[in-house]
Design a protein around this ligand. Structure first.
Ligand SMILES: Cc1cc2nc3c(=O)[nH]c(=O)nc-3n(C[C@H](O)[C@H](O)[C@H](O)COP(=O)(O)OP(=O)(O)OC[C@H]3O[C@@H](n4cnc5c(N)ncnc54)[C@H](O)[C@@H]3O)c2cc1C
Length: 505
């Protein structure tokens, strides 16, 4: 037996597992979390990266979800002004462009503006594309657009910062640790894990939380051996990253004749992110991959709007993720509910009553904090001494500065560390917020930054990422803690990998 029993053992290091770990640790519960790969290696690094209400979900009458998500946008912006920011979305309109009449879009946006308690984000307006900067890249048939607010978030950093905050509050976070079996015995859960070295461990806990995302049902059936009436609907969504298609900072929300909305978003300064698709994914054994048909769909979608057609030569990368939607029996994938469903199981038999299992279905990046509160409310009867909701208004690590204070923080770091190459201070503040000061503490000259790995990466940052963000390989760092993989060549990546592996020994 490895440890004394934890209050909660969480399976899954995505946004939902890490969000729950943070919330529970802050309430004084002892928490362990096992993630079979890297943190955020599942769906939580493959999203469109929006804190949004989901305008389209209003058509499916998902008012509860849309309202909660809209209200959440500003709560989250304030808690993480480094990794999230407001964006303006341009929804071009022409009679030929979509199946929704203008009055319906206007009504949807009116609701969007008014049901979410908006204080920071600017309201919707109608814009004239013949004079607005966003009109220039679009075909001339688009003369009018609606412009509304939503927010961007660095999804995989959101996950690691939740995990980091949980760890700072006492949680044990175990990436590269797969749960292979869990059973109830003698009033406790006994959970067997395998780590990447092949070491087996057994943990015990009073409560088990299954936050396995797309694997939630697999965990239920094959790791916990628990029958369940609930099931997950696996819906793949893919994105392409192209060369920069437009130079301004607004995003486009493009409607298709199929009723779907595809976003074209400025990405990592020099690129454009286009997505997503909505396709049933048959089998978890097949890793999600953006298919040729999906590429054609996204290219065709964008080319219907942009003057210069977007072609395969414009693509620099693609990625795909699986939405773990609650299976509500909807006909097509786009219509399946995006809301989360929590299922508490503690009555599987007299001998297991009081040894709860909480299964998490669905959920969005945007609602992870509310989902964590709801999860803690479900298990509260088992932990009568646990304290109440606390995460609204508490900054994530590095996010302890004003919601409009980003530029000032960048300017301060640029003045204090004037030797940093152009753009590095800004990137560090975007990723680490006020923790950029900790990364740079004691550094007095460019030489003190240590080895230069390209794309503005120095040993000082990698040391921090290994020590505080569970980075175990170059891939963790260049595709999830940052997206610098877009700017590095194979030799540079190999050098980072060698350095990181060395630091982990
Ligand atoms: C294409 C796409 C676009 C999206 N866009 C948005 C958006 O813009 N805004 C928004 O709010 N939401 C968006 N979402 C939804 C959002 O990304 C997901 O709902 C969310 O990331 C799910 O998080 P999760 O923690 O439940 O799952 P995951 O992130 O998949 O985490 C589950 C984790 O469990 C681990 N695991 C599984 N089995 C085991 C085991 N046996 N032992 C240990 N670990 C295990 C997995 O490795 C995985 O890392 C999008 C989703 C997709 C697919």
């Amino acid at each position: 037996m490895a440890d004394k029993p934890y209050d909660i053992f969480i399976i899954g290091g995505g946004v939902n597992g890490c969000g729950i770990a943070r919330d529970a640790s802050g309430r004084g519960l002892s928490v362990a979390l096992a993630e079979m790969h890297d943190l955020a290696s599942g769906t939580s690094s493959a999203s469109t990266k929006l804190f949004h209400g989901g305008l389209r979900y209003l058509e499916y009458f998902e008012f509860r979800l849309v309202r909660e998500a809209l209200v959440e946008r500003e709560v989250l912006l304030k808690a993480m002004p480094h990794i999230s920011w407001a964006m303006r979305f341009v929804l071009p309109y022409s009679r030929a462009s979509g199946r929704r009449p203008a009055w319906l879009i206007r009504l949807g946006l009116f609701l969007y503006d008014h049901i979410g308690g908006r204080k920071i984000l600017p309201a919707t307006k109608t814009i004239d594309l013949t004079i607005d900067v966003s009109g220039a890249p679009l075909k001339d048939i688009f003369r009018r657009a609606f412009e509304y607010s939503d927010c961007w978030v660095e999804d995989s950093r959101l996950v690691v910062l939740n995990a980091r905050d949980a760890a700072l509050r006492g949680a044990r976070i175990m990436p590269h640790t797969k749960v292979i079996n869990a059973r109830r015995q003698d009033g406790l859960w006994h959970i067997e894990t395998h780590d990447s070295t092949g070491t087996k461990s057994i943990f015990s806990a009073k409560c088990l939380i299954n936050a396995g995302g797309p694997w939630v049902e697999d965990i239920l059936k094959h790791k916990v051996n628990q029958p369940s009436k609930d099931s997950v609907r696996l819906v793949r969504g893919s994105h392409i990253i192209t060369r920069q298609l437009f130079a301004h900072e607004k995003c486009y929300a493009l409607q298709g004749k199929d009723g779907r909305i595809v976003f074209a978003i400025p990405y990592e300064q020099d690129f454009t992110l286009i997505g997503t698709t909505d396709i049933d994914h048959a089998d978890l054994a097949t890793p999600p991959r953006c298919s040729d048909a999906e590429i054609d769909y996204l290219l065709g979608f964008a080319s219907n709007y942009f003057k210069t057609p977007v072609g395969r030569d414009d693509i620099v990368a693609r990625f795909s993720g699986i939405r773990p939607l609650y299976n509500d029996g909807a006909g097509n994938a786009s219509a399946a509910t995006r809301d989360y469903v929590l299922r508490l199981d503690d009555v599987a038999g007299d001998d297991v009553a009081g040894v709860p299992l909480l299964n998490i279905f669905g959920g969005k990046i945007t609602t992870h904090r509310k989902l964590a509160e709801a999860a803690l409310a479900e298990i509260a009867p088992f932990f009568p001494k646990m304290s109440g909701d606390w995460t609204a208004g508490v900054a994530l690590p590095g996010g302890d500065f004003a919601v409009d204070g980003f530029e000032q923080l960048v300017a301060e770091i640029e003045i204090q560390y004037a030797f940093l190459p152009a753009g590095v201070a800004r990137r560090l503040v975007r990723a680490y917020g006020t923790d950029a000061r900790h990364i740079l503490a004691g550094i007095k000259s460019a030489d003190d930054l240590g080895d230069d790995f390209g794309a503005g990466i120095y040993a000082a940052e990698l040391d921090w990422a290994v020590k505080h963000e569970w980075v175990a390989s170059a891939e963790d760092f260049i595709w999830r803690r940052t997206r610098l993989g877009l700017r590095l060549n194979a030799d540079e990546i190999a050098r980072i990998d060698q350095y990181v592996q060395g630091k982990n020994q």
